[in-house]
Design a protein around this ligand. Structure first.
Ligand SMILES: [Zn+2]
Length: 730
């Protein structure tokens, strides 16, 4: 990709005023032209009128630099010094492709920019020149400029640098949740509860870090108005919320924020103003609205009662179901999404066993997963037609063939490729449990130009942990005992593979945002410039935002905080597929050590929160660390639960066992008190017929009560989130 790499400056540390800092994503080329930084307190954009970028977009981007005066009028350059004083930084932008030195691909040119910060010595004024090919590049330059500006005690400072920059993949996307198994196992947490303003703020973050696509997961009851099937939307859904004031549960009717006040079309426009595309990420035939809960008789038919996961998908031999899916998809396209990514159901152990489906699919294939694929190829073609009829430029993506065996035959994958429309992009390809050659096989078969994502789902895994912290392998109690594939480091490994193979895009999950911003930053860095060793990335990214001192503390906490999921207590008999190891007597020393470490981490988080609240530029991260505090506080209690649960297992007398069970019961309540304090949706859901809750509290309470009061035995298991159910047969 050209000569600039050969003299790329490895050291990106710039001395600006008295702060050392990095840029995120790290640019391809940055040169410090003069050690002396420029101080200023106003910024004037002199000629934005020649571009179609809205002034409100530019103003909004720099507005978070509290105290900085922003001028966006077209001011005559000759009169500028009389209008604004010498402490004004002037920005001149110019569409001029001559700065492109390398043999760049079309998308790289469009995203590329050149930025120079220098002094006009005659006028004693700081100047910035920006050159770009497409306005996407100009906005990228503004994002970089925003990071270059740092506050000082009496204004702002910017280093004198030259930056030449372009990305290394075209699509730098993240998958977030707009609804995630809504109405099946939850109403929502995190971004699922955001309103328009919250989403706009998130788009701003994505723009600042050069993310250019957001895939909004909409699984479960639809989070939008749908006049033809209003019963399948997340409207007036009954929910019990905790009233701390009077320590009681209050039943309310919950409606998704986008139904209360429809904002998706405006949000999509807002994203487009930032050159960000918005995709819907939905099931191909799974959890499409609340349809399978409302019309239970139209679900797929399991071959035996052993399979309780019958709410996952619909019988495709029932034309009413296909009609519903087509109408749902048309409605989604009409909202204005730039694309739709379909995901195949995770259920691979059986397929619909009604007489019609047996003949159409099961008898034509050798295993249920292939019957599913066969049925889904038909469905995909139908829905693809609906999409293209409604909006020919709406893209189609697919996440499929994810089942075992994880290594597949070439002829099998070629057949798969030939079974889907040629313009469908892949948003899934082999991941961390495969040798890289398996991914390369897919690249060869489908072509790198069709691969936009791999199994880069570390944060989907984090989001399945009942709001306990999981990011790195080092967060696990006994990593060697787990089937552990997903982690931030494994995501990065895969991003590097995608870049190496020249793939169209990378995609990272941000299913849980608070406490997990690093997942977004990893997409930002590796989608733009993969030239950062993965071991260095977490500190590099943290330092770029928080500075050296805070970055060290945050990284220490992130790497050393341990997750012990409540289901890892031996008292909990339910199998949790994402953390399978149950704590035991041999772990006692380790658990005591973790307890000491967790106390230290709690103190560190308190101090961190204090410093972040006092810093007007970092205050925006407060919610991330408040949540981290809740996580570490829960760990304190869960560790105590471990000690009691281990003691219970070896207690000899019935009396002793009862004392310990009561102690465990109380600790479980304390854990739940912290959960209730922080989260809105904390109770089991059972509209599907199966009780499900992401918090193990209820299942542990049921287990304890069943021993303490056998005459009131409750036989109904409370499963740990719909996302675990497809895994329970492994
Ligand atoms: Zn059927």
């Amino acid at each position: 990709m050209g000569s600039y790499h050969s003299f790329l400056l490895i050291c990106c540390l710039i001395k600006g005023g008295d702060t050392m800092y990095n840029l995120l994503p790290k640019p391809v080329m940055i040169k410090v032209m003069d050690e002396e930084a420029i101080n200023f307190d106003k910024i004037c954009f002199l000629n934005l009128d020649g571009t179609s970028i809205k002034k409100s977009v530019v103003k909004n981007k720099f507005e978070s630099l509290e105290g900085l005066d922003i001028y966006l009028q077209d001011i005559d350059v000759s009169s500028i010094s009389s209008k604004v004083d010498s402490k004004a930084l002037e920005v001149m932008v110019q569409q001029d492709p001559s700065f492109v030195k390398d043999n760049l691909l079309e998308y790289q040119k469009n995203d590329a920019y050149f930025l120079r910060v220098y002094m006009d010595n005659e006028r004693n004024k700081g100047l910035i020149d920006i050159k770009y090919v497409h306005e996407k590049g100009l906005l990228n330059a503004f994002s970089t400029l925003k990071q270059l500006i740092r506050p000082t005690s009496n204004g702002f400072t910017i280093p004198r640098v030259e930056i030449y920059d372009f990305p290394n993949v075209e699509i730098r996307s993240i998958s977030t949740t707009f609804a995630w198994y809504a109405g099946y196992s939850r109403v929502g947490f995190d971004s699922q509860l955001w309103n328009y303003e919250d989403w706009k703020a998130f788009i701003d973050v994505c723009s600042d870090f050069k993310i250019n696509q957001i895939n909004m997961c909409m699984y479960g009851y639809w989070p939008f108005k749908f006049d033809e099937f209003p019963e399948t939307t997340l409207t007036n859904y009954p929910l019990k919320v905790w009233s701390k004031e009077n320590k009681t549960w209050i039943e309310i009717s919950y409606t998704h924020p986008n139904i209360v006040n429809e904002f998706l079309p405006d949000l999509i426009n807002y994203a487009h103003e930032h050159f960000i595309r918005i995709f819907a990420y939905i099931g191909l035939n799974s959890y499409n609205g609340g349809y399978s809960n409302v019309y239970k008789e139209r679900r797929a038919v399991p071959p035996s009662e052993k399979y309780y996961n019958n709410f996952d998908f619909l019988c495709l031999s029932d034309e009413r179901n296909v009609d519903y899916l087509k109408k749902s998809i048309r409605r989604i396209v009409e909202i204005g999404f730039d694309g739709i990514i379909f995901e195949e159901s995770e259920e691979n152990y059986w397929y619909c066993s009604c007489e019609k489906c047996k003949k159409r699919y099961l008898e034509k294939t050798s295993r249920p997963a292939d019957a599913k694929h066969l049925a889904n190829y038909e469905l995909l073609r139908k829905l693809h037609s609906v999409i293209k009829e409604t909006n020919p430029s709406c893209e189609v993506g697919l996440r499929a063939w994810r089942e075992e065996p994880v290594e597949k035959e070439v002829v099998y994958m070629e057949n798969a490729k030939n079974s889907i429309p040629e313009d469908v992009f892949l948003y899934w390809a082999p991941g961390p449990y495969n040798p890289e050659s398996e991914f390369e096989k897919w690249v060869k078969i489908f072509g790198p130009e069709r691969i936009c994502a791999r199994d880069q789902e570390a944060n989907a895994y984090s989001a399945s942990m009942g709001r306990l912290f999981y990011m790195f392998r080092s967060n696990i109690l006994r990593p060697d005992k787990e089937h552990l594939y997903w982690s931030l480091e494994n995501d990065i490994e895969q991003y590097l593979g995608s870049v190496r193979n020249g793939c169209k895009g990378i995609n990272g999950y941000v299913f849980e945002w608070y406490a997990y911003f690093l997942h977004l930053y990893a997409v930002s860095q590796y989608g733009w410039n993969a030239n950062v060793p993965k071991e260095e990335f977490p500190y590099y990214a943290l330092q770029s935002i928080f500075g050296e001192e805070l970055a060290k503390d945050i990284l220490y906490i992130y790497e050393n905080i341990k997750i012990i999921h409540e289901t890892q207590l031996p008292i909990c008999k339910l199998f949790f597929p994402f953390l399978r190891y149950k704590v035991r007597r041999e772990d006692l020393d380790l658990l005591r050590k973790i307890k000491g470490e967790n106390r230290k981490i709690n103190v560190m988080i308190d101090s961190l929160l204090d410093r972040i609240r006092k810093d007007k530029f970092l205050r925006q991260y407060e919610l991330h660390f408040e949540k981290l505090k809740n996580m570490a506080s829960r760990n304190e209690i869960i560790l105590d639960m471990c000690f009691v649960s281990i003691e219970y297992e070896s207690a000899e007398s019935e009396e002793q066992k009862i004392i310990l069970l009561k102690k465990l019961y109380e600790l479980n309540e304390k854990d739940f008190d912290l959960i209730k304090e922080m989260y809105f949706d904390v109770n089991p859901h059972e509209k599907s017929g199966i009780r499900v809750c992401g918090f193990p509290y209820h299942e542990i309470k049921r287990s304890i009560n069943n021993i303490l009061e056998p005459d009131k035995y409750d036989p109904n298991t409370i499963y740990l989130g719909t996302e675990t159910i497809g895994w329970l047969w492994l």
